[in-house]
Design a protein around this ligand. Structure first.
Ligand code: SF4
Ligand code: SF4
Ligand code: SF4
Length: 258
């Protein structure tokens, strides 16, 4: 069987999801028995302008200059995977969406705020705002077990499955005591499952790093956080942090005004 050609591309991101793959160790070499890696800037110099079977795209769409490159990758790829919460929701880059962008640049870069590559005066958005995405692999950074499963599904021409139920389901499966029962907070009720309730198992709250389930009720979630003792402003910051563009989409849907 001919090996599928696989490439990784990055847009606005910390590149942590690509780096994450280096933690696969020997498993990474095993994966190379099934696929041909044709572009992956983090670990190889070669680039390709040829047709690709599977394109993994890390990072969000934050500047008009990237639109053409995204479309070009889509055009020559049989399958496009939004690889990272950044490409799935816009992630932390979308925090700036509702703030004065010039002020944000000044706060972060000071006198260097006019560097050409910082010309990003538009909303940070998921890549699905620009191109059709076939599958999504969220989490910040991506979950390696989920990545291996998705890649093998694609190699064997099976449609990968992305859960659309909340982290609470996995949390109950592992019989963790709910943090709300202990007077603490957690975003598990609105966050997309698939991590095995990883953080709750390590005694920290779910912060929502996989983005939200499609019918998340953020208004109720905010009220729950406030009832658990969180200040309203902090509750809104927590809810917006990883959800990126999804936060605006879902809050518009529920008619909520800040
Ligand atoms: S999802 Fe998180 S780890 Fe991955 S590229 Fe984005 S910010 Fe980095
Ligand atoms: S600890 Fe979090 S994920 Fe677990 S049941 Fe409670 S709210 Fe849900
Ligand atoms: S528990 Fe929540 S924050 Fe932790 S990995 Fe899972 S989705 Fe991300």
């Amino acid at each position: 069987m001919k090996k599928p050609k696989v490439a990784f591309f990055d847009f606005a991101s910390c590149e942590g999801c690509q780096l994450q793959l280096t933690y696969l160790g020997r498993d990474f070499l095993t994966l190379l028995e099934y696929v041909e890696l044709v572009e992956f800037r983090e670990i190889m110099e070669e680039k390709t302008d040829q047709r690709i079977d599977i394109a993994f795209i890390e990072g969000s769409f934050t500047r008009e200059a990237d639109r053409q490159r995204l479309k070009e990758i889509r055009k020559r790829s049989n399958i496009v995977v939004a690889y990272s919460t950044c490409s799935a929701t816009g992630n932390v880059y979308a925090i700036r969406n509702n703030r004065d962008k010039e002020r944000v640049k000044e706060e972060v870069y000071g006198s260097k705020k006019d560097m050409p590559h910082l010309d990003t005066n538009q909303k940070a958005e998921p890549i699905s705002s620009v191109i059709q995405v076939d599958y999504t692999l969220p989490q910040c950074p991506v979950n390696l077990a989920e990545f291996k499963k998705l890649l093998m599904d694609l190699v064997h021409q099976k449609a990968p499955y992305l859960p659309d139920y909340p982290v609470c389901v996995e949390c109950k499966y592992y019989e963790y005591v709910c943090r709300y029962q202990k007077g603490e907070w957690c975003l598990g009720p609105v966050t997309r499952a698939g991590c095995g309730a990883f953080c709750i198992g390590h005694n920290i709250p779910c912060e929502g790093c996989r983005g939200y389930v499609s019918n998340a009720n953020l208004k109720s979630m905010e009220m729950n956080l406030i009832e658990a003792g969180m200040a309203k402003e902090l509750a809104q910051i927590k809810l917006r942090m990883w959800a990126g563009f999804d936060y605006d989409r879902l809050t518009e849907k529920t008619g909520r005004k800040e």
